[in-house]
Design a protein around this ligand. Structure first.
Ligand code: SAM
Length: 224
């Protein structure tokens, strides 16, 4: 349960140097510290992280995953990739953290810190009485609007039509998000990557299932 979860009191209290050691050394001035700008919520086995790493080399990318074993697996996978690519410094920009994204997101991220946040094949929670456990709800949309900067993007993909419609309904109803059209999706490299490089995306393709995509732009804060 959440009792065993470690999380910082606030984003300033978070020590990122263990997660991205290549970007931090003792001489790094506080104002030069690089920040995580991309989050993969419920990253599973890390397929999206490893695919995004070379595509977005200037960003620090973080996977957040609630299952201990799965998080450990992704950690090992990233360590191995870093060793294999030590000469070029590849994969230093991705990392994984065990955490419950539904509860502790504002502990990790400052207001407007994120440029992109991904929800790839989140657990569907099919039963009506379980819907409040879904990762996109009205309350959580406000948390995501807080963490994502104006102009930033929320990415969603699922093979469950009912969940797709649910996520679209909640994000569209939120005054700080605007859905992007199919033309935008078709030209965006990250949409293609989440369709093809996530473990779930591959599984759905093998089973010849459908993938429903919806992306949203974080709008500017309204004038006070
Ligand atoms: N995104 C991956 C993919 O597309 O292959 C994994 C999808 S898997 C169906 C959903 C993942 O979300 C699981 O690994 C699960 O443990 C994780 N998860 C569920 N609730 C979570 C939460 N509140 N915080 C973080 N991770 C969560």
């Amino acid at each position: 349960s959440d009792h065993q979860l470690e999380y910082p009191l606030n984003p300033q209290a978070m020590d990122w140097s263990k997660l991205y050691p290549a970007y931090f050394n003792d001489n790094t001035k506080p104002e030069d510290l690089k920040k995580v700008t991309i989050a993969d919520i419920g990253c599973g086995f890390g397929g999206l992280l490893t695919a995004l790493s070379p595509l977005l080399p200037d960003n620090l990318i973080l996977g957040m995953e609630i299952r201990v074993q799965v998080t450990n697996y992704v950690e090992d996978r990233i360590i191995a990739l870093r060793q294999q690519h030590a000469k070029t410094g590849g994969y230093n920009n991705i990392s994984v953290l065990r955490g419950n994204a539904m509860k502790f997101l504002p502990n990790f991220f400052e207001r407007g810190q994120l440029e992109k946040i991904f929800f790839c094949f989140p657990d569907p929670h099919f039963k009506q009485r379980k819907h409040k456990a879904r990762i996109v709800t009205t309350t959580l949309c406000s948390e995501y609007a807080y963490a994502v900067k104006p102009g930033g993007i929320v990415y969603t993909i699922t093979d469950v039509l009912d969940l797709h419609e649910w996520m679209v309904k909640h994000l569209q109803a939120h005054p700080l998000f605007e859905r992007l059209d199919k033309e935008w999706e078709d030209q965006d490299i990250c949409v293609q990557t989440m369709r093809e490089e996530t473990e779930e995306g591959k599984k759905v393709a093998r089973n010849k299932g459908s993938k429903y995509v919806a992306c949203f732009r974080r709008l500017d804060n309204p004038p006070l």
